[in-house]
Design a protein around this ligand. Structure first.
Ligand SMILES: *[C@@H]1O[C@H](CO)[C@@H](O)[C@H](O)[C@H]1NC(C)=O
Ligand SMILES: *[C@@H]1O[C@H](CO)[C@@H](O)[C@H](O)[C@H]1NC(C)=O
Ligand SMILES: *[C@@H]1O[C@H](CO)[C@@H](O)[C@H](O)[C@H]1NC(C)=O
Ligand SMILES: *[C@@H]1O[C@H](CO)[C@@H](O)[C@H](O)[C@H]1NC(C)=O
Ligand SMILES: *[C@@H]1O[C@H](CO)[C@@H](O)[C@H](O)[C@H]1NC(C)=O
Ligand SMILES: *[C@@H]1O[C@H](CO)[C@@H](O)[C@H](O)[C@H]1NC(C)=O
Length: 471
């Protein structure tokens, strides 16, 4: 369902209306959204209690990535950021809720982490089925905000945005801007590490970004902690031939085409062209801090395309085969990478995030990281580790990337005019820092006057969030 401009006004008020009482289960509006998925899209992205919209600026003021974060945090106190991307369902409310739940578990379990030092941002890579979540003008047939929108699942492999029109922003460039945002000392003076996390489809984006990304070098360190991918991107044309139910490469001529391999990557995505050759990409990947989380019981088949099936027959066999691939043909499991086999979980992001292993990867600082957790060995007893044979298809290296240099994107120091919007209009609760006209100012007033001022600020931010800012 597309929204008219008139409906946008009610969208603005419904997105930012004061929540009444904590609800049991999804609120009715959320339930309706879920039911309408695939039948014309979402309704407004209804706020959960205790959350605010925090738009992440991309290419300066040109575009914004929609995201939620927790309400009432002082951003000056944040030491670590967990940026947690949804799966195929584009449901940032669940990812913020589940990651916050995992943080509460970690604190309750006595892990060395405090609530006020961890910021959690859950973005949404909206797509063209989500009209309503990002506002649309029926009369002009154009979006009325600068929120980023992709076509289908193209965000998962670095594909270009379709809105804002004409910008053609790769989801990889968006991630570069996310690194810049959290590296900005004017907004986050004490952040020392950023964790890019996800489960399932968002992990597929992040696995690629970990070697295709020209990631800016910020002051904070960057780590990846990703779970249960539907399929991996391989560095060359070898695939497992005798384990994990992997189908023969002969049955799938394009098994090494991007995004399952690197063939045709330059003709598929514009970002980073010419893409560095596989030796350089591998070198870059090994230099990054990468934590892979695999559920011991994730037998789901995941991606059903034949190219995915040449990697194994389930999330966990594909993950185990990938470990073999890195450990064998790719020269050894990299020094700064870990693999955790998460006990008693299936394809369930909440279960994975709440595990003791994921708590360490997501929330603890760099010096508290632990070795891999592999109680049943690196391939989880699926087969005898090291016994994999590797197969190559006939035409599988015809269009591999050939670039000869690695580049690094520049850090953006853009300070947005508004990055946060409170859902409650309570200045004390909103806390944190607000940016106004390029200047950083603290929101610390209290009382009736402050509430009025805050509501004005919230309305202004709501207009950005709800898309009333014409671009
Ligand atoms: C997560 O959502 C559930 C169900 O709506 C709710 O009971 C719980 O309080 C939420 N947890 C957090 C941390 O927001
Ligand atoms: C990491 O966390 C531990 C436990 O809280 C703390 O002792 C240590 O000083 C921290 N290290 C850094 C570099 O902040
Ligand atoms: C963006 O993509 C569209 C459609 O492919 C194309 O017409 C346009 O020239 C592109 N714009 C830029 C700035 O690359
Ligand atoms: C290899 O051949 C298959 C058809 O058998 C085709 O689908 C695929 O795109 C080809 N790959 C390259 C890189 O030419
Ligand atoms: C591992 O990470 C440390 C700390 O960031 C870094 O100094 C070291 O070079 C990395 N090792 C490799 C092999 O990249
Ligand atoms: C605002 O937040 C403070 C601190 O959490 C709370 O004590 C107060 O009741 C809130 N006021 C309103 C009007 O919600």
């Amino acid at each position: 369902m597309r929204l008219s401009l008139l409906a946008l006004l009610s969208l603005a008020s419904s997105v930012f209306s004061l929540p009444t009482e904590p609800h049991a289960g999804p609120p009715p509006a959320r339930q309706q959204q879920a039911e309408r998925r695939g039948e014309g899209g979402w309704g407004p992205a209804v706020q959960d209690p205790g959350t605010i919209v925090s738009l992440i600026p991309v290419r300066g003021a040109d575009a914004a990535l929609y995201a939620w974060t927790r309400e009432g945090q002082d951003w000056e106190k944040l030491k670590r950021i967990v940026f947690v991307i949804h799966g195929k369902g584009r449901d940032p409310w669940n990812y913020l809720n589940h990651t916050t739940t995992a943080l509460q578990d970690a604190i309750a379990a006595g892990q060395p982490v405090t609530d006020d030092e961890v910021g959690i941002w859950a973005p949404s890579f909206w797509n063209n089925q989500d009209g309503g979540a990002w506002p649309w003008d029926e009369a002009t047939q154009q979006p009325t905000s600068n929120l980023l929108v992709w076509s289908g699942n193209e965000w998962q492999d670095g594909g270009n945005s379709i809105y804002p029109s004409g910008l053609n922003l790769s989801s990889f460039e968006v991630l570069d801007n996310v690194v810049s945002f959290f590296s900005n000392r004017a907004i986050f003076p004490n952040v020392d590490s950023i964790t890019f996390s996800s489960h399932s489809m968002g992990s597929q984006l992040l696995q690629k970004y970990a070697f295709l990304g020209d990631i800016p070098q910020g002051i904070p360190s960057l780590r990846f902690a990703i779970g249960n991918l539907g399929a991996f991107t391989y560095f060359d044309d070898q695939r497992p031939s005798n384990v994990g139910g992997a189908e023969p490469v002969e049955q799938c001529g394009d098994y090494n085409d991007y995004r399952f391999g690197l063939n045709n990557v330059d003709s598929t995505i514009e970002y980073g062209s010419p893409t560095p050759n596989r030796e350089l990409l591998l070198e870059r990947f090994k230099s990054r801090t990468f934590h892979l989380l695999l559920s011991q019981n994730d037998d789901g088949p995941g991606n059903l395309q034949c190219a995915a099936k040449t990697q194994g027959d389930s999330h966990r066999t594909r993950g185990a085969a990938w470990w073999e691939y890195m450990n064998g043909p790719m020269g050894g499991w990299p020094a700064n990478h870990t693999l955790d086999w998460i006990p008693d979980c299936t394809h369930d992001d909440l279960c994975v995030f709440r595990s003791a292993q994921a708590q360490v990867r997501l929330f603890l600082n760099d010096s508290m990281q632990q070795p891999s957790f592999m109680p049943n060995g690196p391939v989880n007893n699926l087969w005898s580790a090291g016994s994999v044979q590797w197969a190559r298809g006939a035409n599988a290296t015809q269009a591999m990337p050939t670039g000869t240099t690695l580049s690094t994107a520049a850090l953006q120091t853009y300070i947005p005019s508004s990055t946060t919007s409170g859902a409650s209009g309570n200045a004390t609760q909103a806390g944190g820092r607000q940016q106004t006209n390029g200047q950083v100012s603290s929101t610390n007033a209290a009382g009736a006057t402050a509430t009025t001022a805050m509501q004005t600020l919230v309305l202004g931010a709501a207009m950005v969030g709800a898309g009333l800012l014409l671009v």
